[in-house]
Each structure stands twice: as structure tokens, then as C-alpha cells.
Write a protein that binds this ligand. Structure first.
Ligand SMILES: N[C@@H](CCC(=O)N[C@@H](CS)C(=O)NCC(=O)O)C(=O)O
Length: 279
């Protein structure tokens, strides 16, 4: 592991680390905010998954999360959004290939060689983080847009692994919208039956009545340019109602899809996670 950046921030440090990922078969970078409390003992970890076109930089430079992570004593880990490198498959468009890993394990050539972001976020990255940073066993997960989809799917598929989950403007039903059709068609193949295990709404509808029902906190801007075409949060509302799954969906007037929206509510999300992480 190599330290790429370190900046003092709110009594802690915002760091960027690089490592060789065995799961993805390439070098990967991730941000780690180390709150002041981590100097004296173990802290819980919030994993943040960013959206299309992002690297590990977008969240750490734009969300303003450090102030709240320092206040609550939470380590925040923010990985890149796909495998990277000249020998990693890519596409010309912003919504497929590098910067658009969709937090799935690809089964189709040429993507299957490197695109295993689900295994990276669920297995390899937490093991690495736990080995190198003063983490407690308590974990939470959140994300934005494609990363909101990732956070919801990862939490729903791994009962007991996370204490809380939240999302900003998530792609709640990728099997039913253009971004998902394009990415899943490429990464998972044309048999859409295999897509359903990567769709938050499908996972909720298919969940066992007596399984874990972790409450979902979702913020969505009403002026989001992708609201009707790609995000469609009413699908999540309907799935949660049908399956009796607790959901707090907050429609936020005037807000768009950008990090200005995330910065406006990240403090409330971190407070929400802190309650579960320090319960
Ligand atoms: N219109 C955008 C679509 C991509 C987009 O809005 N990405 C969101 C996540 S889905 C984002 O976080 N962008 C980076 C940023 O705002 O810093 C583009 O073509 O770049």
C-alpha cells in the first residue's frame, strides 16, 4: 500500500492510498478520512460509493463530509468506481467501462477479466482497510446514483454485514432504465434473468418475509435531471410497500443530481449512520 495524499482536515487527515488489487487485477486508489478519534482507538467505517464518471476524488473533494466524520468519529472509505488502466477494457461513453463499474461482478468478455467491483467492495477492500487502519467491526454503506444502487444492493445482499445503509439519488431499478440496460447487457449478458440479483427493487420484492429488513434512508432531488429517466424512486417506494420493508424516501425540492445536493445532506446521513454505528 502506498500513501498518495495526506491532508490535515478537521483534526484528522484525509488520505488517498493506492494498492494492487488481486480481485480487479490492477492498481486501485481509495480515499480514507481518519477522524481525530482514530488516533486513540478503533472507529467504525462508512463505505461511500460514488457515481458515474467519478474516481476516489469526487466525494473527498466535494461532499464536505470530513467535518461530520470528525464530529462523530467515523472513518470514511471512498473507493474508485471501476478497475483502471491501459490494459483494462473501456468504452467511449461515460456510462460504460472505466468510471462505470456498477458494483457488479461481470460475467461477459471482455469485462469479466477486471470488472468485479462487487467482490472488491464487499471482500477485498474491507479486509485491506481492517488490516491497515484502526477500525472497529461496525460498518455502514452509502453512495450516490450508480453508487446508491451499489450501496443498496450490497447491503440487501449481505444481511448482518452493515449496521445501516443510505443513498443519494440511487438507481433503484437498473433492470428497468437505460443506464442499467446498457451496463448490465454488457457486463452480465443479454439474459436479463441474471440481472435481477443486482437490482435493489427486485431484491426487496424477492426477500424472505422473516429476513433482515434494514431501514433504507434515501434522499432524492426533485430537480434532478435524471429523476424520471434513470432513477424512478417511486419504484423503490412500491417495492418497499409491497414487501413491508422500511423506507424513508425524502424528496428534496430544488435539488439537482450534483455534489451540491450531496453536500447539503451528507451531515444528516452521517448522523444517521453514527446512530447505528455507535448504538
Ligand atoms: N452528465 C454527466 C453524467 C454523469 C454524472 O452526473 N455523474 C454523477 C454521478 S451519476 C457525478 O457524480 N459526477 C461527478 C461530479 O459531479 O463530481 C456527465 O456526462 O459527466
Amino acid at each position: 500500500m502506498q500513501l498518495i495524499e495526506s491532508h490535515a482536515s478537521f483534526g484528522g487527515t484525509q488520505e488517498v492510498w493506492q494498492h494492487q488489487s488481486g480481485v480487479l487485477g490492477c492498481d486501485m486508489r481509495f480515499g480514507v478520512y481518519r477522524p481525530p478519534q482514530a488516533a486513540d482507538g478503533e472507529c467504525p467505517v462508512l463505505y461511500w460509493l460514488s457515481g458515474l464518471t467519478c474516481t476516489e476524488q469526487n466525494f473527498i473533494t466535494k461532499a464536505g463530509a470530513q467535518r461530520y466524520a470528525a464530529e462523530h468519529g467515523i472513518i470514511i472509505v471512498a473507493p474508485d468506481t471501476s478497475p483502471r488502466g491501459d490494459d483494462v477494457a473501456d468504452a467511449d461513453s461515460y456510462d460504460l467501462g472505466q468510471g462505470a463499474g456498477f458494483y457488479v461482478n461481470a460475467s461477459e468478455s471482455p469485462w469479466s477479466k477486471h470488472y468485479r467491483m462487487y467482490d472488491y467492495v464487499v471482500e477485498e477492500l474491507p479486509a485491506l482497510v481492517d488490516a491497515h487502519f484502526p477500525t472497529s467491526t461496525a460498518r455502514a454503506i452509502s453512495g450516490h446514483s450508480m453508487g446508491g444502487h451499489g450501496a443498496l444492493v450490497i447491503a440487501l445482499r449481505n444481511p448482518g454485514r452493515y449496521r445501516s445503509v443510505s443513498a443519494f439519488s440511487p438507481i433503484v431499478a437498473p433492470t428497468r432504465v437505460p443506464w442499467g440496460h446498457k451496463a448490465f447487457g454488457a457486463y452480465l449478458g443479454l439474459d436479463s434473468e441474471s440481472w435481477r440479483q443486482w437490482d435493489a427493487c427486485e431484491l426487496i420484492i424477492e426477500s424472505k418475509p422473516d429476513g433482515e429488513k434494514m431501514p433504507l434512508l434515501v434522499d432524492q432531488g426533485e430537480a434532478d435531471e435524471f429523476l424520471d429517466s434513470q432513477l424512478q424512486p417511486t419504484r423503490l417506494q412500491a417495492a418497499c410497500e409491497a414487501a413491508n420493508h422500511p423506507l424513508q424516501l425524502r424528496m428534496q425540492p430544488g435539488h439537482d443530481h450534483s455534489y451540491y445536493f450531496i453536500a447539503s445532506f451528507i451531515g444528516e446521513h452521517i448522523a444517521h449512520h453514527a446512530k447505528a454505528l455507535y448504538r
